[in-house]
Design a protein around this ligand. Sequence first.
Ligand code: AMP
Ligand code: MG
Length: 431
Amino acid sequence: MLATADALGRLLDAARRVDGRERIGTLDALNRVLAEDVISPLDVPPMHTSSMDGYAVRAADLAGASETAPVALAVSQRIPAGHAAAPLAAGTAARIFTGATVPPGADAVVMQEMTQASDDGRVAFAQTPAAGEWITRQGADIRQGSVILPAGTRLTPQALGLAASVGCAQLEVVRPVRVAIFFTGDELRMPGEPLEPGAIYNSNRFTLRALLAKLGCEVTDLGIVPDRLDATRETLRRAAGDHDLILTCGGVSVGEEDHVKPAVEAEGHISMWQIAMKPGKPLAFGAVRRGAKAGAGAGAGAGAGAGAGAGAEENVAGEAFFIGLPGNPVSSFCTFLLFVRPFLLRLAGVERVAPRVFSMRADFSQKKGDRRNEFLRARVNDAGGLDLFENQSSAVLTSTVWGDGLIDNPPNHAISAGEIVRFIPFSELTR
Ligand code: AMP
Ligand code: MG
């Protein structure tokens, strides 16, 4: 069995950024990935600005000012935000407001609470300000010519704000990754349909579609495919055409009703990985030829045999990547979060795809460690520790809603109460 990290490493080694980019409005670019660096054409702020309502002065003009011997200056101009400032006349103060341009010659702002204005148009100061006080210097945030967002950045709300702060109305982004998805299982019904004996609802469709949507993928949902080899192969061929990745759910084990593996082997090549993780275990990775006809010679492209060695997958032109997820709802959820998500982000050009992991205290104990790397559904309690969901079965979807994330528990490791464990919040994994 492969260790989780090794399996992820193999997946990421095969992934490379899709070709194709587009220029879109910054307002529409949330969650997209930058195809090129954003370089600031200006300083931010573009001029020295006041960070207080008060008076702009030359600090030297207030030398020796004190409570007992205040110094009064004439107010020579008034500078609201958004207005130009004239040079500060010697021995005077300028009335100034937050965000307004500091007049040339002034080197400090005194906040209005520290001053005493009088009717004769003068203002008294009881202290000498330090040079630079309450002034945000030109370029303090961003220097003209600097890279403010490197290529490969996934655009958060803050990143959009930063791009806008240097005047970028449009951004060059990677085209969305195109994913075809289908679900195998004769037992699957859609919510809204009646549930005959033996049937269950296709819950994974909802979980996986939502996860893909959050990643900004363009999704073609090919629905539920019957547990038959010909139907599975036919759907794979259809999916390969215009997609970067074909994602399937269920039917990937080695039972007689599991047709995904032989279907992908016939239409491309596959590696089945037994990953030493729980939930999860079987994950299939490979590729499906584009434009291939059933039974066509396997001489070109992803030729026969390529699937024999794990990690030999190459998405040479003319293939769509393939990932087969297990059908159990918690397994498909976890394997998506831990493998498919970073893979898709890498296809989209994101460099840093690992979630942030937090060290947290376990407020429970688990006497026996599993021989596999467990991903336990846990919740943050009011004491700042972690509670464990009582039923960790891979069929119990409730655990994923109750929980706040996954404890990444190494193989053969029992957990004692009070121990510090690795916790990956769902918020990191479902962004
Ligand atoms: P499989 O991987 O096809 O052997 O399925 C494993 C388990 O997951 C079985 O109990 C299936 O009924 C269940 N399952 C498979 N696909 C789905 C799905 N899309 N939604 C909910 N449960 C599923
Ligand atoms: Mg099945």
